[in-house]
Ligand binder design. Structure first.
Ligand code: ADP
Ligand code: MG
Length: 239
């Protein structure tokens, strides 16, 4: 296959269909209904913002969509594939190849350089070293960090760290990007920059983006906003 640069050869974005999704956590005598009957369809290439107060179930929902957690009831169908029906190995493959996940607190390995952090998921996916290196460099340049390849996380600002995390999430050319309060640890200027970058990179590639945020201005930039309350969607689907 011809090696690519840029968006032209990217897959189209994932289509995500959630049906009556439930995730419950036993807490002592009680059961926390973190996700309580969510149904939602996200189109290929769509950009959806999840809003709602702390504890409303945003992270739990994103973890389920990203294959980091397993639902108790209902279904999550991504590109026609029901995640709950996948073996552990297939789910790991889904996490490695289909989804990119971006966390509020970056989750970078502290003793690795920016480039090594970006290469890591590509190593897991079995890419040859030369291609990993080239791809990591290319994406880090794309996120504006061409001069930070050898920096470690502690030597970078919060905004730069999150841009490394974005580059890492895109390394395996996912068709779905899931971001859990990606600007939560950033000041508003850097937060805006990071979101603009995320919007730009996902739109260019046709990648589906689902992100949680507390910031209504950032949420308003999505194609659609979904509000969560007590584990359920309160606004329903708008288009
Ligand atoms: P948000 O991201 O909107 O703040 P979360 O999805 O983190 O909400 O949490 C939803 C609810 O589920 C909260 O009441 C939280 O305390 C609870 N919860 C989340 N994860 C767990 C867990 N692993 N064990 C027990 N309760 C949890
Ligand atoms: Mg959360």
């Amino acid at each position: 296959m011809k090696e690519s640069s840029g968006a032209a050869t990217q897959r189209r974005g994932s289509e995500v269909q959630l049906s009556n999704l439930h995730r419950r956590f036993p807490m002592g005598e009680e059961i926390v209904r973190a996700v309580n009957g969510v149904s939602l369809k996200v189109d290929s290439g769509e950009c959806v913002a999840l809003v709602g107060s702390s504890g409303s179930g945003k992270s739990t929902l994103l973890h389920l969509i990203g294959g980091l957690d397993i639902r108790d009831e209902g279904s999550i169908v991504v590109d026609g594939q029901e995640l709950g029906a996948l073996s552990a190995a297939k789910l790991a493959k889904y996490r490695a190849n289909t989804v990119g996940f971006i966390f509020q607190s970056f989750h970078l390995l502290p003793h690795r350089t920016a480039q090594e952090n970006v290469e890591l998921p590509m190593t897991v996916a079995g890419l040859p070293r030369a291609e990993r290196k080239a791809r990591a460099e290319e994406i880090l340049k794309e996120v504006g960090l061409g001069s930070r390849l050898k920096h470690r996380p502690a030597q970078m600002s919060g905004g730069e760290r999150q841009r490394v995390a974005i580059a890492r999430a895109l390394g395996n050319r996912p068709s779905l990007l899931v971001a859990d309060e990606p600007t939560g640890n950033l000041d508003s200027v850097n937060g805006d920059r990071v979101m603009d970058l995320l919007f730009q990179l996902t739109k260019e590639r046709g990648v589906t983006l689902i992100y949680a945020t507390h910031d209504m201005q950032l949420a308003a930039k999505a194609d659609r906003m979904i509000r969560m309350k007590d584990g359920s969607m309160v606004d329903g689907e708008k288009s």
